[in-house]
Each structure stands twice: as structure tokens, then as C-alpha cells.
Design a protein around this ligand. Structure first.
Ligand code: LLP
Length: 431
């Protein structure tokens, strides 16, 4: 099995986090997002323990909630001692509504509106990551009007080549995010921030990309960013005390994926930090990390019902399901690969190569092409694995499909954490 939270019962049913997936589909309907709380918690603890062991805990792990934003997730990660990264008013609202302390929230965004900045200032979020100069001017004004000084970090493009899909690569110079290092823009931004009386510039941020399988790009980012902090000290006398290295550790989507464990990645970054600080005589900064996918990705699966199978002789076999790009747009966007299996015959050998087609009116609405699956029949329960990240959070109502329910399983016990949308929900904003 792809991950240890997946097993097979004596009846040949897929078990996820101890819960029988066939029973889950019958009792809750499909499509159904299933999250395993134990895996989420283990991943949170894994990140925190590396930070503790390698760096004396001088930092904070902030769950990147763009990977999966709903109240229960914020509650769980908060109870594990994590903060959160939010990237919109909607994520900020949800995090606060779930009881995440504002001081543990990092506010991101390359196009934050005045309303979003106002909300961040009013709620006293711990840190705002400033992306561009006009935003800094607006934030300074909003903070001044509120009689506050807000703590900011600057988003930097460190020019690191991370080997991942170009749509999710973010650290290179040709990126819409942040200030470029190579051009001197970053240093200018530091000076501009220092001149804003209602902004307290405490550090720098970068995020080099997502689903990165190696450790080296992360260690390189750490070295480059510390180098910039040192340049800032030399050029301006400002000693920045915080460094946020974003997220990005990859996960195993299919058997042949071989990502470096996130612990190795964080260790490599912290080792690079310690060595570089020693070499530059720079005080070791407070470190922030923002993992998203590596916390929730493998902690989730999606269950569907097989509606039909279409065999096109000599061409391909489609297995058609009752969900698709509306609940998982990742194949349509990135041609991302997934592993799937028939949950009610999970122990049967995989003998058929199929393309899984969704229910949306669009030929590109696929979950994957040429996937090896057990012989599928209409009525089967299909499980698509490792869907915990960037599925629910990127879902839509395309074709006015209601978003699925999400259940949380914990050692076999099941509870609903997001209810299924109704047709009334879909019409809620129509006048
Ligand atoms: N911090 C920042 C500033 C980010 O932009 C991101 C992801 C993260 C943290 C979390 O990265 P992670 O640890 O999850 O790799 N929708 C795409 C992924 C986009 C990621 C965007 N930023 C996907 O489905 O693969």
C-alpha cells in the first residue's frame, strides 16, 4: 500500500485510518473526502520534533492552510502547537473562527486587498508577509489609521531552481511573487520597509516551490536567504531576526515517487542555517516553516462510486465516476498522477489499465490516465489516494456540482467535519 494508514480487511475492503471505506461510502454517500486525523497529527509532531531537536525549538511551524482549509483542520493543527499560514481573507476568517490565535497566523498574498489588510491589522495577526511596494504603502497607512505597528516579513524570490511543475514553482525571478534578489529589488524593499513608521520589519520569507522531492534546493534557499540577511546588515545596519522558508516538501502520490522525508528536508535547512550563521557571525534567526502538502496530503483519500465503464476497443477504457475535476482539479491543471483502487475488492490483483473520467462536461475532466486498477464494475467504490492536499481547497461548483462531505477518521471512529453541500447552498448567492 502507498502509505501505512491504508490496509485491507479480511473481507477485502480498503481500511483507511482504521475505517472501512465501503461502509463510509454507504453511510455518507460519495464523493466523500476522508481524512485520517492520526496521520495529520503525526506529521505535525514530526515537524515540531525536528525543529526542537535540531534548533532548540527556536521557531514555529505554520500549517499552509491553502492545502486544506476548514475549521477542524485549524483546530487540530493548533492543538498540536502549530500556527497557520493564510493567503486570503477567507482563510483568515476561517482560522480565526476556528479559534486559531491571531498571533500564530502568518498572512500572505501577492494581491492583498485593502479589506484583507484591514482584517489582518484589526485581528492582530502575528506577521504579514509584504509582497510589493504599493502593498507596503497601503499597509503602513492602514496600520497608522489603526494606531498600530505591524510586524512584517518581505517576500523574496531567491532565484532557486526547484525541480517541480512550472505552475507550482515560485522562487525563480520570473514569478509574480515578491521581490527579486538578483536585481537589487529586495534590498530596496528592505530600505522602503524600514522607512515606514508603522511597519516593523523583522525578517524575510521565501517559498521556492511545491512537491519538491530533494533536500538540496531547500538548503540552498536557506544559504541564499541568510546571505541576503547578511547583506542587509552590511548595507543598512538592520539585523533581521526572523527567516521564513515557506513550504514545499513533496509526498508520495504513486509507488515510484521517492520523496525525501520532510524531517530530512527541515534538518538540511536548519543545518545550512546554523553553518551559515557561524560562518557569517550572524545571530541564528527565529525560523518559520509553512508545510502544507506534507502535513495533509497522505492523510486524505477520496471515495467515489463507479457509474459506468466504457471500453473503446483498441483505444482505452474509461471508468466513469460521480465526481471529478470539481472535487479534484489537479490532473486537469497539472496532469498530476494518483493511485486508485477498488475499495470493495482492495485485495484483488490490478489487471486493467484505465482512464478515470469525471462527471463534468469537459473531456479534460480526468482524475488520471492509464492507471492500473482492479477490474471495475458499475456500483464499485473507487478510492483515489493521497488527496488530502489541494483537493477540497481547490474544489469548485463547476456544473453546479455540490462539494462533497468531508469526514475525519481516527482509529476507526468517524465524524463529519464538512457537511455535503446542498442545491440550496449552491443557489445561496443567486438573486
Ligand atoms: N508557503 C507559501 C508562501 C506557499 O505559497 C505555499 C504553497 C506553501 C507555503 C505550502 O507549500 P506546500 O508545503 O504545500 O508545498 N495547488 C498546487 C500547489 C500550490 C502551492 C502554492 N503555494 C498543487 O495542487 O500542487
Amino acid at each position: 500500500m502507498l502509505t501505512p494508514n491504508l490496509t485491507v480487511s479480511d473481507e477485502g475492503h480498503l481500511l483507511f485510518g482504521g475505517a472501512d471505506c465501503v461502509a463510509l461510502a454507504q453511510q455518507h454517500g460519495t464523493p466523500l473526502y476522508v481524512m485520517d486525523e492520526t496521520t495529520v497529527r503525526e506529521n505535525c509532531r514530526g515537524f515540531r520534533s525536528v525543529l526542537q531537536e535540531e534548533y532548540g525549538g527556536n521557531g514555529m511551524i505554520c500549517f499552509a492552510s491553502k492545502a486544506l482549509s476548514c475549521k477542524e483542520l485549524y483546530r487540530i493543527v493548533h492543538s498540536e502547537g502549530l500556527g497557520t499560514d493564510v493567503v486570503s481573507g477567507g482563510e483568515l476568517f476561517t482560522a480565526l473562527a476556528a479559534g486559531m490565535p491571531a498571533s500564530d497566523i502568518v498572512m500572505h498574498g501577492n494581491s492583498k486587498t485593502d479589506a484583507e489588510l484591514q482584517m489582518a491589522v484589526d485581528s492582530n495577526v502575528g506577521r504579514i508577509v509584504a509582497d510589493n511596494l504599493p502593498e507596503m504603502t497601503r499597509l503602513n497607512r492602514i496600520a497608522a489609521d489603526a494606531g498600530k505597528t505591524v510586524r512584517i516579513l518581505l517576500r523574496i524570490k531567491p532565484g532557486i531552481d526547484a525541480h517541480t511543475h512550472s505552475f507550482i514553482q515560485t522562487g525563480q525571478i520570473d514569478s509574480k511573487f515578491g521581490f527579486a534578489l538578483e536585481t537589487g529589488e529586495a534590498l530596496e524593499a528592505v530600505k522602503a520597509a524600514a522607512a515606514c513608521p508603522n511597519l516593523e520589519l523583522v525578517g524575510l520569507h521565501c517559498h521556492i516551490g511545491s512537491q519538491i522531492l530533494e533536500t538540496e534546493p531547500f538548503a540552498e534557499a536557506a544559504r541564499v536567504m541568510l546571505g541576503l540577511m547578511n547583506t542587509v546588515r552590511q548595507e543598512t545596519g538592520i539585523v533581521l531576526t526572523e527567516l521564513n522558508l515557506g513550504g514545499g516538501p513533496g509526498i508520495r502520490y504513486v509507488e515510484r515517487d521517492d520523496p525525501k522525508p520532510f524531517g530530512d528536508i527541515v534538518r538540511a535547512m536548519l543545518e545550512a542555517i546554523r553553518k551559515t550563521c557561524a560562518a557569517l557571525s550572524y545571530p541564528e534567526p527565529f525560523m518559520l516553516f509553512e508545510p502544507g502538502r506534507s502535513i495533509v496530503g497522505a492523510a486524505g483519500i477520496t471515495l467515489y462510486t463507479v457509474m459506468a465503464k466504457k471500453q473503446i476497443p483498441g483505444i482505452r477504457t474509461y471508468v466513469l465516476i460521480d465526481g471529478g475535476m470539481c472535487d479534484n482539479p489537479r490532473y486537469a491543471l497539472y496532469e498530476s498522477e494518483y493511485e486508485a483502487l477498488i475499495a470493495n475488492r482492495a485485495d484483488a490483483p490490478r489487471t486493467e489499465t484505465v482512464t478515470i473520467g469525471g462527471k463534468c462536461c469537459e473531456s479534460g475532466d480526468l482524475i488520471g490516465k492509464d492507471m492500473l486498477l482492479q477490474e471495475a464494475q458499475a456500483g464499485d467504490t473507487l478510492a483515489v489516494l493521497a488527496t488530502g492536499a489541494y483537493n477540497y481547497s481547490m474544489s469548485s461548483n463547476y456544473n453546479r456540482n455540490p462539494r462533497p462531505e468531508m469526514v475525519m477518521v481516527k482509529n476507526g471512529a468517524v465524524r463529519t467535519v464538512v457537511r455535503r453541500e446542498t442545491y440550496e447552498d449552491i443557489c445561496r448567492c443567486d438573486l
